[in-house]
Design a protein. Structure first.
Length: 692
């Protein structure tokens, strides 16, 4: 019988089976919580029922609280009140888990008396990824079943564990056959009845807390071991404090109150708002407004890559990793051999770290074919070009590729800023041409800019969007224009950073401000890492910038142990007197009077220049929504997730302040800071970028 729209109740012998079916992920919405509460109360009142199984239809067990309900008025039963109903039930309740029991979903399972899962299921508390902590007793119950160290790792990483690991740790009581979860859970419930097994409450289990009680140093050791990863984030620390509370002698109910207080603090903080924004923004990026979700896509069964250099090799690995064969083409045997060798050594390094089985190295290499003949790409469904970043080289390659690729094949360029329309014009199939801009290292970085031209066909874009998810990338569809979204905003940051060090800031000043803001590394440190000679032409160089002069001096960055910084043999950087003199002499030649530059000026000039460029990109339609700009800079350039991305950050500053600051910067530092018309409109209407 239906209890409500999403909950059904049926009796299987003396076991009441409560089933929830609330797509897409059975999030614990108001209706779901109400349905479960009503069904459990019905089972408790039914003398013919001896036990209850709680199970879900669809792709997964409850995947957590319903994030879309955050910030809305609380509707009873709250998750914690539902937990009280389950935990205090007078008859055994068995949670039957498939898919991903996450967050509040796992917390609900933890108040059931027993937990059964299929081997493919996963269990986790990912709240930290939303800038939160498990607010329904997860920090108090999880360490009681998996131990304190494992609980610390799970709640601060947010990563789930497999059902087998969960079984071995005592988080699960039994595994079912795949496809046989319901029957196994009912059988388990009958076994509990037949054997008169106790109504176990996780809250009463303390044996796994003893070890940590005897070694309180475990917490500070954990903090120290993860300091770099947690830097700037509030939520990991709050999760650790909750686990510390679990180990303390605070009574359980009081510990729940403390957990709730810390949860509420995080919920109110902009860091959680930012990370919840990112959660939805990542998913929104996969939706292209003018291309319907049911647009047919093209099968990609074989991929060609042109260029076996760093980018080409990394790009090829993305497809090999998911079992798609790749033919990679080079112009000379030596280059091809080097490229194939680097791919193999990358896999072997991963295997040595235990993150890849040795046999998988061979499987993946077995899918890779090297060639010196473009004609060998004739049967590829998709060909990605990754040759030298020069427009005439690319147009020549595309003209030749167009002649050999099969009809309907998609031809993609990996260019990072060149005109994709011009490249498409070199072919007779512009509708099948687009940009697939990978970020180095291409087999690691999550961001993929999908650059559509004025002619790219909808099914080609839809195919690229689907393919990005297949290869584990965050695909963001953008328009064609210099630097697309990411590199265009980087260029705006470059301009200010270069100006600041001529005016009196040092590279380490600029880098410190950005590092303290939350970037993993500073601007000049990143430049040295990438290499100052990327895009530098030694035949045309003319000492026209500091960067050119450093290159002319052989200071190409980390790889030459000298760039904006000096580097020791361990690549540890120190401020460089040589670079400082180059900068000062260049400033003198430019007639720039050096002065003290404050951290606030560095921060405002760089961040507001980036925001302004993001606004121009939105105004020109190169990005479809401000959250796409945020995703590009978070996943491609290290903008700190807890700050939500440049446009989210600007929304926190407020449209009026953004306009006022840009106008002040323009008065002080020139027309580069002329506010984008979009910013002027938003300020006039009092609207945020997210409402644009
Ligand atoms: N609430 C609402 N909607 C959700 C959701 C959730 N918890 N999880 C996913 N969705 C939507 C998502 O927006 C998308 O919508 C669709 O489901 C498919 O998601 C008290 C407070 C479960 C592993 O953090 O990790 O519990 O775009 O594209 O790749 O302690 O979704 O289709 O309209 O990601 O198969 C804790 C978050 C919440 C889990 C499935 N739980 N979700 O991945 O599909 S806080 C989480 C995920 C909490 C308690 C606290 C993944 C997934 P649309 P998808 P997927």
């Amino acid at each position: 019988m239906k209890v409500n729209d999403v909950t059904t109740y049926e009796e299987d012998g003396r076991v009441a089976v409560v089933t929830v079916d609330s797509p897409p992920v059975n999030a614990l919405s108001n209706a779901v919580r109400q349905g479960i509460a009503a069904a459990v109360e019905k089972a408790m009142a039914d003398d013919a029922v001896g036990a209850v199984v709680l199970i879900c239809e669809g792709r997964t067990f409850f995947a957590g609280a319903d994030i879309t309900e955050f910030g809305k008025p609380q509707v009873e039963p709250s998750l914690r009140n539902l937990q009280k109903i389950v935990e205090n039930a007078t008859k055994p309740i068995v949670a039957a888990i498939h898919g991903t029991a996450l967050g509040g979903g796992l917390e609900l399972a933890l108040v059931a008396h027993y937990r059964v899962a299929v081997p493919s299921a996963k269990c986790g508390l990912p709240e930290v990824k939303l800038g939160l902590l498990p607010g329904a007793g997860g920090t108090q119950r999880l360490p009681r079943v998996v131990g304190v160290q494992k609980a610390l790792e799970m709640v601060t990483s947010g990563n789930p564990i497999s059902a087998r690991e969960a079984l071995s740790m005592g988080l699960l009581d039994a595994l079912a056959e795949e496809g046989g979860l319901r029957a196994a859970a009912v059988a388990f419930a009958n076994k509990v009845l037949d054997e008169g097994l106790p109504l176990l409450k996780v809250r009463d289990r303390t044996e796994k807390l003893e070890e940590a009680r005897a070694n309180p140093g475990i917490f500070d050791e954990f903090r120290k071991a993860n300091a770099r990863q947690f830097r700037g984030f509030l939520a990991p620390e709050y999760n650790i404090r909750c686990i510390e509370t679990a180990v303390s002698d605070l009574p359980f109910e009081d510990a729940l109150v403390r957990e709730r207080a810390l949860f509420d603090e995080l919920m109110k903080d902009s860091q959680s708002a930012a990370q919840r924004h990112v959660f939805f923004a990542e998913r929104q990026a996969a939706k292209v407004d003018d291309i319907s979700a049911d647009t047919p896509t093209l099968p990609i069964a074989k991929v060609g890559v042109i260029g076996a250099g760093t980018m080409g090799g990394g790009i090829a690995m993305n497809f090999l990793n998911v079992g798609i064969p790749v033919t990679i083409v080079e112009t000379a045997q030596a280059g091809l051999d080097r490229g194939l060798g680097i791919i193999r050594s990358n896999y072997e390094t991963t295997a040595k770290k235990g993150r890849l089985k040795p046999e998988d190295v061979e499987t993946r290499m077995g899918l890779l074919t090297g060639s010196l003949d473009l004609g060998d790409l004739a049967d590829c469904d998709l060909v990605i070009e990754a040759v030298f970043e020069q427009i005439d080289v690319k147009t020549d390659v595309f003209a030749r590729l167009d002649a050999v690729a099969k009809p309907g094949a998609i031809l993609a360029t990996n260019t990072s800023y060149l005109d994709v329309d011009e490249i498409a014009a070199a072919t007779k199939r512009p509708e099948s041409v687009l940009g697939l801009h990978f970020f180095s290292p291409a087999n690691v970085m999550k961001l993929l800019e999908i650059v559509r031209t004025k002619d790219t066909a909808p099914e080609v874009v839809a195919t690229a969007v689907k393919l990005s998810k297949t290869i584990g990338k965050i695909g963001v569809t953008v328009g064609n224009g210099f630097g697309f979204v990411g590199n265009r905003i980087l260029a705006a940051r470059n301009t200010q950073a270069d100006a600041l060090i001529l005016e009196g800031a040092t590279p380490q000043d600029v880098d410190r401000v950005l590092y303290d803001f939350g970037f993993p590394m500073g601007h000049f440190q990143m430049r040295d890492l990438v290499g100052l000679d990327v895009g530098w032409d030694r035949n045309k160089t003319s000492s026209s910038t500091v960067r050119e002069i450093l290159n002319e001096m052989g200071r190409h960055g980390q790889k030459s142990k000298a760039g904006y910084y000096d580097y020791d043999e361990n690549r540890k950087q120190t401020p460089s007197p040589v670079a400082a003199k180059v900068i000062e002499d260049f400033a003198v030649r430019q007639g720039i009077a050096r002065r003290a530059v404050s951290d606030d000026e560095i921060r405002d000039r760089i961040l507001y220049a980036m925001v302004n460029e993001g606004a121009r990109i939105l105004d020109e339609g190169i990005a479809a929504r401000s959250s796409d700009v945020d995703i590009v800079w978070i996943t491609g350039y290290g903008w700190p997730r807890y700050r939500g991305g440049p446009m989210f950050w600007a929304d926190l500053e407020g449209p009026a302040k953004v306009l006022e600051t840009l106008n002040a910067l323009r008065a002080a530092h020139g027309d580069d800071f002329t506010p984008s018309p979009l910013i002027e409109r938003l300020a006039a209407e009092g609207k945020a970028f997210k409402d644009a």
